[in-house]
Design a protein. Structure first.
Ligand SMILES: [Zn+2]
Length: 169
C-alpha cells in the first residue's frame, strides 16, 4: 500500500484515510483487479457493490485498499485514466479519502443510498447522467470522469472523430 494512506473503521464499515498530508493533484492509489463483463453473474451478488465500472460493458473488482475507498457527494479525490485515484483537494492527515462514485457509473443497473452527511448530499448515488448539469461539467473539466463516460459528452460538444482514450477499458 502507498505510504500516504491507511485502512480504518468508519461509519460505513471500513475506509481509506490519509496517513499524512496529501496535496491536491497527488496520486493516491491505483485500482487493480480481475475484470468482469456486463453479463457476469457477479452483478447479482453483494460483490456488485464493489465493482468499478471501467468501460461501457466492463468492470474490475478492485483489490484492497482501493475497494475500500468510500463514496462522498463532496469528494476529495477522483479517478483519472480510469484507474488512478488522485487528490482533487488538499487532504489532511486522518481525513477519509473519498471519490464520487457517479463519476464511474453509467450502466442503469446500480444505485447506492448515500449517507455521506454532506449538506449537498444527493441522497442516492446514481449514474453520471443523472448528476446536476453543473456538477457534470465540473467533474468533466477536472478530468475525473471515466473515459467511456466523458467521451459521450465530448462527442456532443466537438466534431466527431480524432479522440482516442489513452487508457481505455
Ligand atoms: Zn452523499
Amino acid at each position: 500500500m502507498a505510504d500516504s494512506i491507511y485502512i480504518a473503521d468508519c461509519e460505513f464499515g471500513r475506509g481509506v484515510f490519509a496517513a499524512r498530508a496529501i496535496r491536491k493533484g497527488e496520486s493516491i492509489l491505483r485500482y487493480r483487479g480481475p475484470r468482469f463483463e456486463r453479463e457476469d453473474p457477479i452483478h447479482h451478488t453483494e460483490r456488485a457493490a464493489m465493482l468499478l465500472q471501467t468501460g461501457a460493458r466492463t468492470y474490475i473488482l478492485p483489490d484492497s485498499p482501493a475497494v475500500l475507498v468510500n463514496h462522498s457527494c463532496a469528494p476529495n479525490a477522483g479517478l483519472v485514466e480510469n484507474r488512478l485515484l488522485v487528490a482533487i483537494a488538499d487532504i489532511q492527515p486522518g481525513e477519509q479519502v473519498t471519490f464520487d462514485y457517479s463519476t464511474t457509473m453509467d450502466d442503469g443497473i446500480w444505485t447506492l443510498e448515500c449517507r455521506c452527511g454532506h449538506h449537498e448530499c444527493r441522497g442516492v448515488v446514481r449514474d453520471f447522467r443523472h448528476l446536476p448539469e453543473r456538477l457534470r461539467a465540473r467533474y468533466l473539466a477536472m478530468g475525473i470522469v471515466q473515459g467511456f463516460i466523458a467521451r459521450q459528452y465530448r462527442q456532443r460538444s466537438e466534431a466527431a472523430g480524432g479522440f482516442a482514450d489513452a487508457a481505455s477499458a
